[in-house]
Design a protein around this ligand. Structure first.
Ligand code: CP
Ligand code: NVA
Length: 300
């Protein structure tokens, strides 16, 4: 039987995603009570990181331990991956040893190729194109705070990047309105836009975009791998900084989200990040619970 993978949010149906979010809420209660169900006893997750990570690594590793299993961290330095062993070989070798593989890398095609050769579930832990695990946590956070996201207005500020693409997928699947507001030349991918256009609009004017928003979300202006564009991007994105003036254009009870790490004074001001509408710390914590539910869904 072919394994199920989680390469983008579209890998799972709306009902499957909702069942993961519901299960994450139960797992969160168990975590708070320190009363763990070891549903993945003796199961092993391999984690390949070709880019840096704090949240993704710790949430997957802690999550596997709490479920009774184990996680192995693999980086290009110290493994044969960095010495050029082909993806398709690594995928088949690891498939014979572990129960699930998480991969964080650059080209999304690499994750697709990995999944094509893997006989165990593959999870996208971030590619240049998507970050679906973060969306599980963001959706869980919204559901906990506000209930169903259907029909709500979410505004994305900044780069049309991996996070933005995953928000676009989420908008279509969960039927909310997504407004993407950033400078010309940094729009999301055209194909993803075409596939989600009933739920996504582009609005260049940030104040106009923020009007009636239920959620304001942003991310770094230069993603991992784009470090040399940092200075150019700082100038081009300046008017899309989420600060208190922009938050005032949104609904009074709008939530502020950010996948983190955040660059204070760039895409978000210190007072918004640390302010009363910001849910970023819970959002980050929800990576743990939502990914545990995902691991159970894919492995158990
Ligand atoms: N949000 C997120 O994926 O964080 P890390 O890069 O620390 O894993
Ligand atoms: N867009 C960011 C997300 C980091 C979690 C990046 O790819 O670096």
């Amino acid at each position: 039987m072919k394994p199920r993978h989680f390469l983008t949010l579209n890998s799972l149906s709306r009902d499957e995603l909702l069942s993961i979010i519901n299960r994450a809420e139960q797992l969160k209660k168990q975590f708070i009570e320190k009363n763990y169900e070891t549903t993945l006893k003796s199961r092993v997750l391999g984690m390949i990181f070709e880019k840096s990570s704090t949240r993704t690594r710790v949430s997957f590793e802690a999550g596997m331990a709490q479920l009774g299993g184990h996680a192995i961290y693999l980086s290009p330095t110290g493994t044969q991956i960095g010495r050029g062993e082909p993806v398709k070989d690594t995928a088949r070798v690891l498939s014979n040893m572990v129960d699930c593989i998480m991969l964080r890398t650059f080209e999304h095609e690499k994750i697709e190729q990995f999944a094509a050769y893997s006989s165990v579930p593959v999870i996208n832990g971030l590619s240049d194109s998507y970050h679906p695990c973060q969306l599980l946590a963001d959706l869980l956070t919204f559901y906990e705070k506000r209930g169903s996201i259907e029909g709500k207005k979410v505004v994305w500020f900044g780069d049309g990047n991996n996070m933005c693409h995953s928000y676009m997928n989420a908008a279509k699947i969960f039927d909310f309105q997504l407004v993407v507001s950033g400078p010309e030349g940094f729009d999301p991918d055209q194909e993803i836009f075409a596939a989600t256009k009933d739920n996504v609009v582009i609005e260049r004017d940030p104040e106009q975009a923020a009007k009636n928003a239920d959620v304001i979300v942003t991310d770094v202006w230069a993603s991992m791998g784009q470090e040399e564009e940092q200075n150019e991007r700082m100038q081009k994105f300046a008017k899309y900084q989420v600060n208190s003036d922009l938050m005032e254009c949104a609904n009074g009870d709008a939530l502020f989200m950010h996948c983190l790490p955040a660059h204070r004074g760039e895409e978000v001001s210190e007072n918004v990040l640390e302010g009363p509408q910001s849910v970023v710390w819970e959002e980050a914590g929800n990576r743990l619970h939502s990914q545990k539910a995902l691991l159970e869904f894919l492995i158990a």
